[in-house]
Ligand binder design. Structure first.
Ligand SMILES: *Cc1c(COP(=O)(O)O)cnc(C)c1O
Length: 425
């Protein structure tokens, strides 16, 4: 048998010319469940998690999976069973954590626009920490907690003003971003939090961006955050945990982010040098835990040659693969059973009525209608961002583990989409 691995995608390989994940030919899964179809490898998720766990061996650390990357219940269950907490950004995400068997005590609640109702819901559930992003949010949270006879555990998200050198839409730790409290305002904000009767200060956090492929921005942000911990504790406010957010990148197209354990060896050396090595640490990785654990299998519908461009029209679209349209992001696109002709250069596009509905530009492919393709690195920020535009049902999802393949989400029907709509009487 000939085996060739796919770069960046552990547990996905060509076996005798057929793309497989775990022991499953992806074409057989597509046959059984239709296309477009997301397929995820549980082993790849656990491998990605293990790199962080190795990095934190012997430390007091909690990994909170940033579930907006992929919030399907079957995926959450994998991380809950592996002992992860969750970083949530809405009350809906909290309901998903509880439905998947996650521990609310290990939930941290991020986001600039938490509503009072979401705060109450999270207080009732007994979450571990609110990552607060503004002074006005502090006031509302204190008020909401007091009204319930509680004190809300809070961390303040500080904006370290560090450039993560990633796409502007996924940079979050620069002065011009809406996220976090400015570094210069952080001490005053902590003093305000400590004085509010409905709050209990427990931590500090930051999150500087996403798809970060270099360790320098993390090291710089850590210095800035530790400077604040020094200052806040000198003002008599103890900081029990330090949360460094998520953001570590993955290999989409020859990208070379540091491995999680290598990155943390560097960061822990700095923490040790500054005397914070035994402090409770939290992190919120999303993309790096799931991104390269998933692919989207899609069928070639039509080839449409043109004067300026050749188009390869597939049955997946910006609905389920929104990253190219949103950030001009790159996904590798490979055939499930490669032919070996010279191929043609195509723009690979979906059926949606938008010129922005493209999945890959200028790709050399030897394909015919009816062939199956895999869009790689599709485990993060694809299905969780999927929409119903053009009344397209969201795809099915399968989780594979060894020789087991579980349908973790059925394909959405038009009836599912219309369920809450009413004709005018
Ligand atoms: C999105 C987000 C994360 C996860 O980011 P990744 O790039 O997916 O690792 C972590 N923390 C916060 C606050 C976020 O908004």
């Amino acid at each position: 048998m000939s085996i060739s691995l796919l770069p960046g995608h552990p547990h996905t390989a060509y076996r005798d010319g057929e793309l497989c994940m775990a022991s499953h030919a992806l074409s057989a899964l597509a046959q059984a469940h239709g296309t477009p179809l997301f397929v995820y490898s549980k082993a790849a998720m656990l491998d990605a998690l293990a790199a962080y766990q190795r990095g934190f061996a012997g430390r007091n650390a909690q990994i909170c999976y940033a579930m907006k990357a992929n919030s399907s219940l079957g995926v959450l269950q994998v991380f809950a069973q592996a002992g992860c907490g969750f970083d949530i950004v809405s009350g809906g995400e909290l309901e998903r954590v509880l439905a998947a068997g996650g521990d609310p005590g290990k939930v941290i609640f991020s986001g600039v626009g938490k509503t009072r109702a979401e705060m109450r819901q999270a207080l009732v559930a007994g979450i571990g920490c609110f990552n607060v992003e503004s002074e006005s949010e502090l006031e509302v949270l204190s008020d909401a907690a007091l009204a319930m006879g509680l004190r809300a555990p809070v961390s303040i998200r500080v904006n370290p003003n560090v450039d993560p050198k990633t796409h502007p839409y996924i940079s979050t730790g620069l002065k011009g971003n809406k996220f976090g409290v400015a570094h210069e305002r952080a001490l005053a904000t902590y003093q305000r939090a400590a004085a509010l009767p409905g709050l209990q200060v427990v931590g500090i956090d930051c999150h500087i961006g996403s798809q970060i492929t270099d360790s320098t921005p993390y090291l710089d942000a850590m210095d800035r955050v530790l400077d604040l911990v020094d200052a806040v504790e000198a003002a008599g406010i103890p900081i029990h945990h330090i949360d460094f957010g998520g953001g570590l990148g993955i290999d989409y197209n020859g990208d070379t982010p540091p491995a999680a354990d290598a990155l943390w060896a560097q960061l822990l050396a700095k923490l040790d040098a500054r005397g914070y090595g035994q402090r409770r640490l939290m992190i919120e990785p999303g993309r790096s835990l799931v991104g390269n654990a998933g692919v989207c299998v899609t069928e070639v519908l039509y080839l449409k040659p043109g004067e300026q461009k050749n188009f390869c029209i597939i049955d997946a679209a910006m609905n389920e693969l929104p990253r190219p349209a949103m950030y001009e992001a790159f996904h590798q696109i490979v055939p499930l059973s490669p032919r070996h002709g010279p191929g043609t250069v195509f723009d690979v596009v979906g059926p949606v009525c938008e010129s922005g509905d493209w999945i890959g530009r200028d790709r050399a492919l030897d394909v015919r209608p009816g062939d199956l393709l895999a869009v790689l690195s599709a485990g993060a920020y694809c299905m969780s961002m999927a929409s119903n535009y053009n009344t397209r049902g969201r795809p099915a999802e399968v989780l594979v583990e060894g020789d087991k393949a579980t349908l973790i989400r059925a394909r959405e029907t038009a009836a599912d989409q219309m369920r809450h709509e009413r004709l005018v009487g």
